[in-house]
Design a protein around this ligand. Sequence first.
Ligand code: SAM
Ligand code: SF4
Ligand code: SF4
Length: 386
Amino acid sequence: MTERHTPRVVPLLDQRSAVLSTPTAAFAAASRIGATGLLSDQRGRPLRDLRISVTDRCNFRCNYCMPKEVFDKDHLYLPHSDLLSFEEITRLTKVFVAHGVQKIRLTGGEPLLRKNIERLIEQLATLRTVEGRALDLTLTTNGSLLARKARSLKAAGLQRVTVSLDGLDDAVFRSMNDVDFPVADVLAGIDAARVAGLGPIKINMVVKRGSNEHEILPMARHFRGSGIVLRFIEYMDVGASNGWRMNEVMPSSEVVQRIHAELPLLQLEPSRPGETAERWGYADASGRHDPQLGEIGVISSVTQAFCGDCNRARLSTEGKLYLCLFASQGYDLRALLRADASQADLESAIGHIWQARSDNYSESRGAQGADSAPAQRRVEMSYIGG
Ligand code: SAM
Ligand code: SF4
Ligand code: SF4
């Protein structure tokens, strides 16, 4: 493809939904930004982590994410032609990596529902960071198809998986996923991932007060000493369809207290900058951390904002770039791709977008003390991925 040197004007803001009532905006690539791996936003945050949603569909109906009443048989999913192809995803990922991304997480919807996802993983696994290292290539899944797919995912080049699991009790789990899916099948998927070498495995448990908080201790007991890191996530006011209320959020501090009362914990140092989870290690009889017993993580997205370190970008199923989980607008990179943009065009567009970023939703929500989600329409988690 030939390089273009004349300034281009490409509409970039999301026009997907009339309800979003996005103003038409234009992006002019008048001043070029090349990829140096050193991009920084308005708050001095680098771009290190890219989450790619590969489908907006899911076979579960977790009520905190895709409640049945909203995501029913009449819900309109994206037509296949609107989805980024694997080649398009890989092309964009190359640009993000040139700007400094080191970690890629495939998500959704349920990413294992995307046909031939292994082919995408094969392509992404060939990419190298600016420093020449392999990418940290991972995937978040509800685990329902993992028993079947763990080996082929590993063979394609996936390094590890995070499995979402909101309880061990079969009745609780079936009611959380709301499609009567048995917990035993997800546990079999986790075992298959372990056997295939897709580790270190992480488990995500969203704690929703009044629904599954009595599963905190059984989950902690089950995964303690297993080599698997269990992470408790505060129920977030993401999207617009889950009817979020503050009184359904169990603060991470309470989760830690509950576990600590039976299984003593001590706080560990973060393993890297920008880490979203606070780490707590299980203690031995002498009160020191016992690595054999392992650790848990708590992700306090509601009670303790971590925007200051947020180095994550999100690419939606149809190629919109979102700078924050709580954004209402995305930048249409697919339009650029399909308008035959060169590598330099893409680098410059993404560079401009990241440099202008100043998002800090959780910090400002904390400052306002909100107890219910604001009325403004926001994108759904299943559309941009977790
Ligand atoms: N379907 C896959 C899964 O469930 O792992 C991947 C997509 S899902 C949107 C990614 C993560 O977001 C899951 O761990 C899920 O529990 C979490 N999640 C979804 N809605 C949430 C909410 N309202 N608050 C906190 N976490 C949420
Ligand atoms: Fe599906 Fe994951 Fe959302 Fe549950 S959290 S509905 S499994 S996308
Ligand atoms: Fe990042 Fe937005 Fe979450 Fe803050 S609220 S940590 S900016 S995704």
